[in-house]
Design a binder for this molecule. Sequence first.
Ligand SMILES: NC(=O)c1ccc[n+]([C@@H]2O[C@H](COP(=O)([O-])OP(=O)(O)OC[C@H]3O[C@@H](n4cnc5c(N)ncnc54)[C@H](OP(=O)(O)O)[C@@H]3O)[C@@H](O)[C@H]2O)c1
Length: 271
Amino acid sequence: MRNITLSDGNAIPCMGFGCYNGFGDEMVRAVSTALEEGYSYIDSAEAYKNEELVGEGLRPHLARREELFILSKAWPTSFADLESACTASLKKLGTDYLDGYLLHWPWLDEALRLKAYEQLLKLQEKGLVRTIGVSNFLTSQMEKIKEEFGAWPTLYEIECHPSYQQRAFIDWCRERDIQTIAYSPINRSADLGAPVLQELAEKYGKTPGQIVLNWHIAHDQIPIPKSVHADRIRENIQVFDFALTPEEMALIDALEAGKKSGQDPLVFPSL
Ligand SMILES: NC(=O)c1ccc[n+]([C@@H]2O[C@H](COP(=O)([O-])OP(=O)(O)OC[C@H]3O[C@@H](n4cnc5c(N)ncnc54)[C@H](OP(=O)(O)O)[C@@H]3O)[C@@H](O)[C@H]2O)c1
């Protein structure tokens, strides 16, 4: 799997493993299986309430810690004291630094959001966090960060799948050297029955999900599919042995339907 060099000089794998909504031994096994199968970027968050399980899955693989990219996110309820939130995530994940740390949601309180971002920069200075970023922020909220702190966040995690591509915003990020990470990359499997995906799957001897993941990577947006099933974890990473043609990429681009599945940043979370 190739790495992408980020604007801060760090490297991130071009695909990751999502950890939302997995619990118990199943989650521990899923993380460990993902690392055995070749994923090295693990996408976690305090809000998923499973960081201890993710940490347990990571533990057998920590001898090669420098080869892993461990990312977590802070929820707005932690914005007043980000260092405590970061320290708690580090402890649960069993590591002494994070490769990526993001503000998970912007929330409505601008002063608190900016205070959190300032602390994020301090955590980076202290070496607790290597690359920083945000998720679900609006363009205006990104611009405010640039205005206050003089630089754009390095990473931006965004809902992105064929039926909700956010192409204009991803292009806006690319122009500013902000690397996008595509969350819900297969839209929780909702759209995999689309005829064009079925046809391409047949042509390449792949599944519709693999076609979609290959499409993300070809667009330089990092997909982070989640599964607790070993066969799907394996399936989702076997996407590097074929290349869609520009015409086929365009066919998938044309599946855009403005169909957002996630929450609206303007009203969520209502703390
Ligand atoms: N920053 C944010 O606000 C935010 C929001 C949402 C998600 N995320 C991150 O993005 C990651 C991925 O997004 P997501 O979990 O929402 O959705 P997703 O990865 O698009 O889809 C996951 C769902 O699809 C199923 N699945 C996985 N592989 C499959 C396959 N090959 N065929 C059929 N079904 C399959 C999984 O079920 P099984 O587990 O049962 O296999 C699970 O229910 C999350 O885990 C999280 O790390 C971030």
